[in-house]
Ligand binder design. Structure first.
Ligand code: SF4
Length: 342
């Protein structure tokens, strides 16, 4: 017998050597492929372990299917290396089990994603905000440094950071601190953000590209100008918040950052979201990295009453949402779902 190729190290380690009792009936495993090779020889591939051997001292293929000499060196080798298995073994089940163990072993070590609230404060006052009633607190410089330390200790090789709030840009200096620290320690990262989009400026875009490695932002629009401005109720807005956010979406897209517009849907704004789709299509459908989707407003107070609205309106809303989805398709921009693609 000649070894042509060794078994895969990780599979061999996981399986170990097979111990088959001398009196146990065995058969060729279903993952083996045998082809005649030369004068009575057989090339035998174990498709599970990837080991390949040449048997040149046997009775050819027929010998392999009639494995009787349980004390022969070849018989023992084939058993130990999983070419043969007990007759009653469930081959598929064993392969599934080993694959699942190997896939766990192959997972990158450490944490691969972090969601970071830079603040619980916000410059808007949406009636549905999940943070209503919570204390408005900004992450401090020290907490940002501690956060970076925690990431350094626990991170895998490549990580994704998601900036969340409140409005994460309301306290964007801590994003600089955390990403600067990660950069210094050589951790590979990219980030995404959930934002209302109002505080995006040229300087923010520059930092987002150069330091934050920001790949995508999800921005909520609840309707066209009048409805949006009323529902978001920004504190001290300068001019129309709606127009400002549209301009900011364009800034992000021009910098190559994906923008996914979430259209919060309830019974009051459903018709207006239809108009919003047209408006977004006119302005943004030429951008590859622009997308949108509609989603209900939900309260999240209880598991079975997920949505903000009453149960009886749920079916009606579901209809409106699919209608909106069709509309989005017709407007020829992508339907992105949360989280935005990197
Ligand atoms: S923009 Fe977001 S964080 Fe700010 S009030 Fe609205 S829902 Fe809350």
């Amino acid at each position: 017998m000649k070894l042509i190729r060794d078994a895969s190290e990780i599979i061999a380690k996981t399986l170990g050597e097979q111990a088959v009792g001398q009196d146990e009936a065995v058969r060729l495993a279903s993952w083996c492929v045998a082809v005649p090779a030369g004068d009575g020889g057989v090339l035998l591939l174990n498709n599970f372990t990837k080991e390949l051997i040449l048997i040149d001292d046997g009775d050819g293929l027929s010998g392999l299917h009639d494995l009787k000499e349980t004390d022969s060196e070849l018989f023992c080798y084939l058993s130990r290396h999983w070419f043969t298995v007990p007759v009653a073994l469930d081959d598929k089940n064993l392969v599934d089990e080993v694959r699942s163990v190997v896939s766990c072993m192959n997972k990158p070590e450490g944490i691969v994603g972090y969601t970071i609230l830079t603040t619980t404060d916000c410059n808007a006052r949406c009636f549905y905000c999940y943070e209503q009633g919570l204390e408005r607190v900004n992450m401090s410089r020290q907490t940002a440094l501690d956060t970076a330390e925690f990431i350094k200790k626990t991170a895998g090789k490549k990580i994704k950071l998601h900036w969340f709030g409140g409005e994460p840009l309301f306290n964007s200096s801590v994003i600089d601190i955390i990403t600067d620290e990660l950069k210094k320690s050589g951790i590979e990262y990219h980030s995404t953000m959930t934002s209302n989009g109002y505080l995006v400026t040229d300087s923010v875009v520059k930092r987002a590209v150069e330091s934050w490695n920001l790949k995508g932002v999800q921005i909520t629009l609840d309707g066209t100008e009048e409805i949006y401005n009323r529902r978001k109720a920004y504190i001290n807005p300068k001019g129309s918040a709606f127009q400002r956010v549209l301009d900011n979406i364009e800034k992000l897209l021009q910098a190559g950052i994906s923008v996914s517009v979430r259209m919060n849907l309830d019974m009051d704004n459903a018709d207006d979201l239809h108009k919003l789709c047209d408006l977004l299509a006119d302005r943004f459908s030429s951008y590859e990295k622009f997308g949108a989707y509609a989603h209900y407003i939900f309260d999240g107070k209880t598991a079975d009453s997920l949505y903000y609205t009453l149960d009886e309106t749920y079916i009606e809303l579901e209809k409106l949402r699919s209608y909106r989805r069709d509309k989005i398709y017709k407007c020829s921009f992508k339907v992105f779902y949360y989280p935005v693609p990197a």
